[in-house]
Design a protein around this ligand. Sequence first.
Ligand SMILES: [Zn+2]
Length: 371
Amino acid sequence: MRSSIIPMPIIVDAHADIAYNMLKYGRNYTRSAAETRQLEVGSATVIHNEDSLLGWPDYQRGQVAVIFSTLFACPARWSTTENKSQVYKTFDEAHKLCREQLMVYHRMTDSAPDKFRLIASSRDLDLILDHWHSPTPAGNGHPVGMVVLMEGAECICTLSELNEWYELGVRLIGPAWVGTRYCGGWNEPGPLTKDGRNLLAAMSDHDFVLDLSHMDEQAAVEALDIYRGPIVGTHGNCLSLMPNSNSNRHFSDRIIEGIVERDGVVGVVPYNGYLKVGWTVGKNERAEVPLRYVADHIDHICQIAGDALHAGIGSDFDGGFGLQSVPPEIDTVADLQNLVSLLQARGYNEMDVDNIFSGNWLARLKRDLPK
Ligand SMILES: [Zn+2]
């Protein structure tokens, strides 16, 4: 039997806390993950955030052309480490931190446009994709495009700021991380608040994409009902494959159906704790969560949708976990390519795989970004 070999698809990774890691841990993502690990051996960073999975050389090897790069600050009540960088007590502090992170993206893309570039329009996206589809002299590589995603909207102090955030390049907003002044979230359930409803109304005026990740079910159901703009879930797995997980961090079938109905995409997270109920780093082995579990979640979304047009990847790598907490087939982000054969084995053809790896996110970006 002849096995068909699919050329490596381009990847869009819909979730990475790049600026947070740079400012909190001093990580430099022009380095490879291997270099970063070597520099961090024995450090507190590894204890708190594990070994890095990301770096520009790894993005090149894995053909990761676009990453949704977050603005994320942690509310003080959920900060468990001595390192208090990127932790806020007041909305003003959250605002300052996210603003600083946004400037980090502007500086890194201005200073190294051969490695990272901001994507704020569909034209920016086209330029990045053209680059990835053209041969470059050996070793030069391609610039990784960054779409800015605000995770947890407490850095928005007043709705009149939305215009400024948009002008500075923010294109997606997730109102929740844990619960926020806007809505119930991870570990802190609850509905949309009055402020949250006002935020959604103002967001749609500015054409922001709404990210339902981290929103509590109750808030997400209402948001699906009232939000007029585009809706996605950048990073979340399927609750029905995580029965009794006792976590509101996963998407129920109802929410996945809602996202599909709105022609959105759900990005699956290759984090062992979100793939096997009860899996805990230090207690469980990586081998207990093979990469095919990630394919299971992708497949579940495709089964709900009835096609392969609504599933994607939102790795969240380095977002509070690293090498120690991912399936054993993954050493760096480049190894997401190992999912190709797993999906093929389930009957996904070359176009399906291409859509899941990048085509679905790219179609939404082309639709939702300004010209
Ligand atoms: Zn998150």
